[in-house]
Design a protein around this ligand. Structure first.
Ligand code: FES
Ligand code: FE2
Length: 353
C-alpha cells in the first residue's frame, strides 16, 4: 500500500498521551508514543530489533523505553542506551524515531524522511487553543474503511440526506449550491449551501426555527493527506450569517492499514460555553452519526470493494462526487511525485487537478 509519507498525520489529541505509552499502527507501521521526563512527546518504532517485541509491553524509565522482553533500553532518538547482556549497547540496536510536533493540542507525526519534516506543513487549528470564546468536545474512534473512503465520505456532502436521515440530513442540501475549488497546494474546498430551505432536524434543538426557512452552509476543507475541517452554519433566511450559529468540526484521519482508519474528531462551538449538557449532546450526536450511520456504511462498502483500488472498479461518478474526486486526484498526484522523487526521477506534472 502506497501512502503519502512526507506529510504530517494527526496521531493523538494531546490529552491522549499521559504518563504511559500508546501503541498505534499507522501506515502499516507499529508506532509507540510516550512522553519523556520533560513532557515532550516521542514516537518510536514499536518493535524491538532483538526479538521484535512490541515496546509498549515494556516500561518508561526517565527518557527511555525499556523493552519488556530482555531489557534493551532505547532513547527518544531511537538509539539503544543500555543492554543488560553486553558491556556496551550494540550499535546495531537501533529503532526508527519519528519526528513529532505538538501543535494546537494535537500530536502530529511525520511518517517520511526525518530530514524533510517541515513544521510549516502542519495545518493550523488555533481555535483548539481558545477556551474563552469557544468550547470544544472531542474524541477518537477507529473506523472501518480505507482512509480514502473515509475522506470521500466526508467530502461527499450529499450522503447526509440518506445516511443521516432524521438527524443531520436535509433534503434541501442535495439541491443546494455546490462549489469545489483548490484552496492551496495541498488543499481542496468543497462547499454546499442554500439560502432558503428547511432546517435539518438535529439543528432545531439549539437553533429553533418554528418552521421558518433557513440559510444553511456546510463547508469542508481537506488538507493532504487526511485532515478535514468542516464548518457548518445556520441562520434564518435573509438574516446575516453572524446572527445564526456556526460550528467547526475537525476530522483528522490517519491510515491504520488498508482497511481501517484512525479518526480524531472534534466539535467546536461558540455558544453555550459552560453547558456540560451541550457537551454531552454534541458528543452523542457525533458518536451516533459515526458509529451508527457512517461507520456501518463504510464497512459495508469496504466489504463490497475488498482491497481493490477505487478507480480500478470504474465507479460511476455523480456531480456530488466532485470534491472527493478532486481531493483523491491531488493526493494521488502528491504520492506519485513523492515516489518519483524517492526513485531519483524528476516528477512529471500530471496536468491540472
Ligand atoms: S525483544 Fe527486546 S530486548 Fe529482546
Ligand atoms: Fe456522514
Amino acid at each position: 500500500m502506497t501512502y503519502l509519507r512526507n506529510a504530517w498525520y494527526a496521531a493523538l489529541w494531546s490529552e491522549m498521551l499521559g504518563q504511559g505509552t500508546v501503541a498505534r499502527r499507522m501506515l502499516d507501521e507499529p508506532i509507540l508514543f510516550y512522553r519523556d521526563s520533560g513532557g515532550r512527546a516521542v514516537a518510536l518504532a514499536n518493535r524491538c530489533p532483538h526479538r521484535f517485541a512490541p515496546l509498549d509491553r515494556g516500561i518508561i524509565i526517565g527518557d527511555e523505553v525499556q523493552c519488556g522482553y530482555h531489557g534493551l533500553r532505547f532513547a527518544p532518538d531511537g538509539r539503544c542506551r543500555y543492554s543488560p547482556q553486553t558491556p556496551e549497547a550494540p550499535p546495531a540496536a537501533r529503532i526508527r524515531s519519528y519526528p513529532i510536533a505538538e501543535r494546537d493540542t494535537i500530536l502530529w507525526i511525520w511518517m517520511g524522511h526525518a530530514e524533510d519534516a517541515d513544521p510549516g506543513l502542519i495545518p493550523a487549528y488555533p481555535v483548539l487553543n481558545d477556551d474563552r470564546e469557544h468550547r470544544t468536545v472531542r474524541g477518537y474512534y477507529r473506523s472501518a474503511g480505507h482512509y480514502q473512503l473515509v475522506i470521500d465520505n466526508l467530502m461527499d456532502l450529499t450522503h447526509p440526506e440518506f445516511v443521516h436521515a432524521g438527524s443531520l440530513g436535509s433534503p434541501d442540501l442535495n439541491r443546494a449550491c455546490y462549489e469545489v475549488e483548490r484552496a492551496g497546494p495541498r488543499s481542496v474546498r468543497s462547499n454546499r449551501w442554500y439560502t432558503h430551505g428547511a432546517s435539518p432536524p438535529a439543528f432545531e434543538r439549539f437553533f429553533p426555527t418554528a418552521g421558518r426557512q433557513v440559510e444553511h452552509w456546510v463547508d469542508m476543507l481537506w488538507t493532504a493527506p487526511a485532515n478535514l475541517a468542516l464548518t457548518v452554519g445556520i441562520t434564518l433566511s435573509d438574516t446575516p450569517r453572524s446572527e445564526g450559529r456556526e460550528s467547526l468540526s475537525l476530522h483528522l484521519l490517519s491510515p491504520e492499514t488498508a482497511t481501517h482508519t484512525h479518526y480524531l474528531f472534534s466539535s467546536t462551538r461558540s455558544h453555550s460555553l459552560d453547558s456540560v449538557e451541550q457537551d454531552r449532546r454534541s458528543l452523542e450526536t457525533i458518536r451516533h452519526a459515526f458509529e451508527m450511520e457512517d461507520s456501518p456504511m463504510l464497512a459495508a462498502v469496504q466489504a463490497n470493494m475488498g482491497t481493490s483500488d477505487l478507480w480500478s472498479l470504474r465507479p460511476l461518478i455523480l456531480p456530488g462526487d466532485a470534491g472527493a474526486v478532486r481531493a483523491r486526484r491531488l493526493l494521488d498526484k502528491l504520492i506519485r511525485e513523492e515516489v518519483a522523487l524517492d526513485a531519483g526521477k524528476i516528477p512529471v506534472d500530471q496536468g491540472s487537478i
